[in-house]
Design a protein around this ligand. Sequence first.
Ligand SMILES: C[S@@+](CC[C@H](N)C(=O)[O-])C[C@H]1O[C@@H](n2cnc3c(N)ncnc32)[C@H](O)[C@@H]1O
Length: 248
Amino acid sequence: MHSSNALYTDLSGYYDLMCADIDYQTQSQSARRLHQFFGGNGRTHLDLACGTGPHIRHFLDAGYQSSGLDLNQPMLDKARQRCPEAHFTLQNMCDFTLEQQVDFITCFLYSIHYSASIKNLKACIHSVFNALKPGGVFCFNAVDKDKIDNNSYVRHSAVVDDSHFVFESGWNYSGTGETQTLNLSIEKTTTDLKQLWQDQHPMVAVSFAELELLLCPYFEVHILEHNYEKIAAWDQDAGNAVFVCIKR
Ligand SMILES: C[S@@+](CC[C@H](N)C(=O)[O-])C[C@H]1O[C@@H](n2cnc3c(N)ncnc32)[C@H](O)[C@@H]1O
């Protein structure tokens, strides 16, 4: 199996298995806490690059009126099954519009980096600004290009029926330019067959200082520790963080 440009079309069947170790409930709870802390009482919500909709399920269950946006129809089909009461749109997060502004916009699992270039990242930020109500909150996580460790990766395995899966993901940044890659691999082993699926996906590379500058014209920006258990300021050192942005 090999793919370069149809990442999530190919992956949609494996996506939830690949993410089986992610604590979506805790992430969603943490985001709601941040919204209430920084934002207020509104309950309309949009999840950007929502994938198969795991966060949306938790937001709906907590009483939010959630909707989802993704570029990939197979991912949205799965999200619709999981969240029949939510509204989903097939749009690019770098150029999207909503019929009605919302109170809260999230973007999880570093998906904002899929904007792929600084120009598109700016357009994404601008679209988010337009889609939020006054005082609305935009919450996402990101990685700082200058702190990427090219040797570090996340790995986990799963067994389904007769197949053994090994999933690996890691960032790579050459040290210059506005592109870093997300390297994903899935190895599927059945009794007598081993299949390897690998993807190197171009993602936008940005330092947190640059990102803050892009956001500041539109938002009051808080950079927080990447910790879903508590609200604490980013220590200026960690390579990942949660950004909470309040519409000016
Ligand atoms: C790593 S998945 C994250 C899904 C979900 N947020 C989660 O936490 O499980 C990235 C998602 O981003 C979507 N995506 C990639 N580029 C996009 C774009 N430009 N606009 C909207 N969605 C995009 C992909 O289709 C995929 O569903």
